[in-house]
Design a protein around this ligand. Structure first.
Ligand code: FES
Ligand SMILES: [Fe+2]
Length: 416
C-alpha cells in the first residue's frame, strides 16, 4: 500500500477512536429480506455471478511449483487448475474428452499427467491428450482437438482468476481497475505460502455470509470474547473501487503508532485490511499473511452457503514459525488455537499454521454465521419485511447496491 494511503487511513481511524465516532454514510438504507430467500433471485445470482462471471480461485501459492495442481467444484463448473512445465497457470474443465469422467480425482497434488479412471485416457498438465488405450479398437481420435477444454485463466498480482465459460474473455485489469490492481500488486501475494484450509457449510444465504464482513459495529458486542480482544470495533475506513472495496479497521496495536513518525507507519499490524472482490471474495490481510474466504451459494437452496477459507503466510511469517519450531517444538511462543486471542498481541508470540484460520472457526462460524442462520430463519418466515443498514454499516450499502446494480435491479431504499 502506498505510504500516503497508509497515513490517510490510519489518521482517519485514530481520529474516529479519539472522537468516539464510526464511519458515517450519511443515511440509512433498507433491504427487503426476500433478497435472502427468493429462489428466482438466487437463480439469477448463480447464473450471473458464478456461472458467467470471472472467479478468484486462490493465490499463486496454491500452485507452488511446475506440476502442482488443484481441483475446485464450487461454482457449477468442475475446474482443474495446473501449473505446467513452463510455469504457466492454466485452468481446464475437469472432465475427460472421452465421456466426461473427472480426470483429476484429488483436491490437490503434483502430477505431470492425469489418467482418467474410466478408460484411462491420459492428459498432460497442459491439457494435451497424450494417450488413448486400445486406440485400434476405439477408432481414430484427433489428439490435437481432443485435449481438455481450456478455461480462460490469468494469474495477476498473485491471484488466480478463472472464467467458467471457455469462450468468454477474461480481462483482470479492467475487472479490478488500475488503482485496485496496483494496490493489490503491492502486497506481493505471489510470494505467500498456503498453510491452512477451512470449509464452513451453514444454513445462511451467501449474501448474509458476505454481510458478516460489512461492518465493525458488532465487534465489541458479538465478538467481545474473541476478535474483540484484538480489534477495537466501531471504527472503519472504506474505499470503493467500482463493485469492489477496501475495508480497514484498527487493531489495538494502532496506539503504538502514535509514538512513531508517520513515514514509518505500516498498515498492519495496526489494522486489518479486507478487500472485497465482487462477487464473493473477502480477502483479509494481516501482518503475517492473508485469509481468503470464497463464499458460494448452494444453487438449489437460497438458505445455504459454503465458505471456503484458505490461510496463507508471508515468507517472513513462515520463516519465523519454522525457526521457532526448529529451536524448540514445544516453545510457548507458538500460539495455539486456545490462547490465540489472549496472547496474539504479546511480544514474541508466533503464529502457527493452525491458528491462521482460527478467526474463521471461533469468530466467523461460531459467532457471525450463527447470527446469519438466525437472520435466515427470520427472512424465511416472511414476517420481517426489511433489514436496516445503519449509517455506520457503509460497506453493506456498497455490497448490496453492487450486486443489485449488476442484475439491473433498483438500488437500496434510502430511509433517512
Ligand atoms: S471417460 Fe475418461 S477415459 Fe472414458
Ligand atoms: Fe464478525
Amino acid at each position: 500500500m502506498k505510504q500516503d494511503t497508509t497515513i490517510r487511513i490510519i489518521k482517519e481511524l485514530m481520529s474516529q477512536l479519539d472522537e468516539n465516532r464510526n464511519i458515517d454514510a450519511g443515511a440509512q438504507y433498507r433491504l427487503p429480506t426476500s433478497d435472502y430467500v427468493c429462489p428466482d433471485l438466487a437463480k439469477r445470482e448463480w447464473n450471473s455471478f458464478f456461472r458467467e462471471h470471472p472467479q478468484v480461485i486462490g493465490l499463486s501459492g496454491d500452485l507452488p511449483e511446475a506440476g502442482s495442481f488443484f481441483t475446485i467444484d464450487d461454482f457449477g463448473v468442475p475446474v482443474l487448475a495446473t501449473r505446467s512445465k513452463d510455469g504457466r497457470f492454466r485452468a481446464f474443465l475437469n472432465a475427460c474428452r472421452h465421456r466426461g469422467a473427472r480426470v483429476a480425482q484429488q483436491s490437490k497434488g503434483k502430477a505431470a499427467r492425469f489418467t482418467c479412471p474410466f478408460h484411462s485416457w491420459t492428459f498432460g498438465n497442459d491439457g494435451r491428450l497424450l494417450a488413448v488405450p486400445d486406440a485400434d479398437h476405439f477408432g481414430p481420435v484427433d489428439k490435437d482437438c481432443m485435449g481438455l477444454v481450456e478455461l480462460p485463466a490469468e494469474e495477476v498480482a498473485g491471484l488466480l482468476f478463472v472464467h467458467p465459460q471457455p469462450k468468454a474473455s477474461l480481462d483482470v485489469e479492467s475487472l479490478l481497475g488500475p488503482e485496485l490492481l496496483e494496490e493489490l500488486q503491492g502486497w506481493n501475494f505471489a510470494d505467500y505460502i498456503h498453510v491452512a484450509d477451512l470449509d464452513i457449510d451453514m444454513k445462511l444465504n451467501w449474501k448474509l455470509a458476505n454481510d458478516t464482513f460489512g461492518e465493525t459495529y458488532h465487534f465489541p458486542k458479538l465478538h467481545k470474547n474473541t476478535l474483540g480482544h484484538v480489534f477495537y470495533g466501531n471504527n472503519l475506513h472504506l474505499e470503493e473501487f467500482g463493485r469492489h472495496h477496501r475495508f480497514v479497521t484498527a487493531s489495538k496495536g494502532i496506539d503504538a503508532l502514535r509514538e512513531v513518525p508517520e513515514d514509518q507507519w505500516t498498515i498492519t499490524p495496526a489494522t486489518f485490511v479486507l478487500y472485497y472482490l465482487f462477487p464473493n471474495i473477502q480477502a483479509i490481510c494481516v501482518s503475517t499473511g492473508m485469509n481468503m474466504a470464497r463464499i458460494y451459494p448452494d444453487p438449489d437452496n437460497p438458505g445455504r452457503s459454503l465458505t471456503k477459507v484458505n490461510g496463507y503466510f508471508t515468507p517472513e511469517a513462515m520463516a519465523a514459525y519454522e525457526a521457532e519450531r526448529a529451536a524448540n517444538p514445544d516453545s510457548t511462543n507458538l500460539l495455539t488455537t486456545d490462547n490465540f486471542y489472549t496472547r496474539i498481541a504479546e511480544p514474541g508470540a508466533i503464529r502457527t499454521p493452525e491458528t491462521t484460520v482460527e478467526a474463521f472457526s471461533s469468530t466467523v462460524s461460531a459467532e457471525d454465521y450463527v447470527m446469519g442462520e438466525h437472520q435466515q430463519i427470520a427472512a424465511a418466515s416472511g414476517l420481517l419485511e426489511h433489514s436496516t443498514f445503519g449509517r455506520n454499516e457503509a460497506p453493506l450499502h456498497h455490497f448490496h447496491s453492487s450486486y443489485r446494480e449488476a442484475l439491473g435491479r433498483p438500488p437500496l431504499e434510502k430511509i433517512g
